[in-house]
Write a protein that binds this ligand. Structure first.
Ligand SMILES: Cc1cc2nc3c(=O)[nH]c(=O)nc-3n(C[C@H](O)[C@H](O)[C@H](O)COP(=O)(O)OP(=O)(O)OC[C@H]3O[C@@H](n4cnc5c(N)ncnc54)[C@H](O)[C@@H]3O)c2cc1C
Length: 173
């Protein structure tokens, strides 16, 4: 076989291998593995600030409201966020894990975030990550595991009915 043909075949093979690796890596970070252990953009350190929350009823009410906020927020997150928007979401979760008003919950949440950093590359990645991290808390508390496949529909607030969701310039408030 002529050397030029061999080089062409080897180049094609390299291209195919790199493409397959890239496709697998991308999907691993988004849909199929929402709880990736790969570090994301920001490494945000700092201990828990809040004290222990003794009252179980208050703890549960706070939890329900907070989960509602987090899932609705990730359902509203852009499909294609900028680097700055990705950092904002990641910092939000890191700060929440310090300031969450139930200190013992925050401490456990910090461990979860260290192990499974927030996934911020897209709306789907962020929503699936939030659902999966909620399931980690559910698991620890002996609650049922939630089916994450319809998470977008469940937390759709109906906010993006007419305007481009990323068009902040058209919003006056
Ligand atoms: C960050 C964080 C950490 C917490 N850590 C602790 C802790 O360490 N100890 C403790 O006692 N409590 C903790 N809580 C509170 C706890 O998770 C619950 O919110 C609380 O026990 C009330 O539970 P619930 O059964 O009413 O449903 P919740 O878990 O509050 O869920 C509310 C609703 O969300 C839906 N849902 C359930 N699972 C999912 C999911 N995976 N994805 C999307 N939607 C879902 C269901 O419709 C459910 O009824 C924490 C809450 C938060 C936000």
């Amino acid at each position: 076989m002529r050397p030029s043909i061999t080089i062409s075949i080897l180049s094609c093979l390299c291209f195919i291998i790199i493409s397959i690796y890239f496709i697998l890596y991308r999907s691993d970070n988004s849909i199929t593995s929402p709880l990736s252990e790969k570090p994301d953009l920001v490494n945000f350190e700092g201990g828990v600030i809040s004290a222990k929350m003794g009252n179980a009823t208050q703890k549960a009410e706070l939890g329900r409201s907070t989960w509602k906020l987090l899932h609705t927020m990730t359902a509203q997150y852009p499909e294609h966020p900028t680097t700055e928007e990705r950092k904002a979401l990641q910092q939000f979760f890191m700060l929440l894990s310090r300031l969450y008003p139930c200190g013992e919950c925050a401490a456990h949440f910090q461990l979860l975030l260290k192990r499974y950093p927030p996934q911020t590359s897209s709306k789907i990645a962020a929503s699936q990550w939030a659902c999966a991290i909620h399931n980690k808390v559910n698991e620890r508390l002996g609650k049922d595991i939630f089916d994450c496949s319809n998470i977008q529909e469940k937390y759709d607030c109906g906010c993006n009915t007419t305007e481009d969701e990323n068009d902040s310039s058209s919003s006056s408030e």
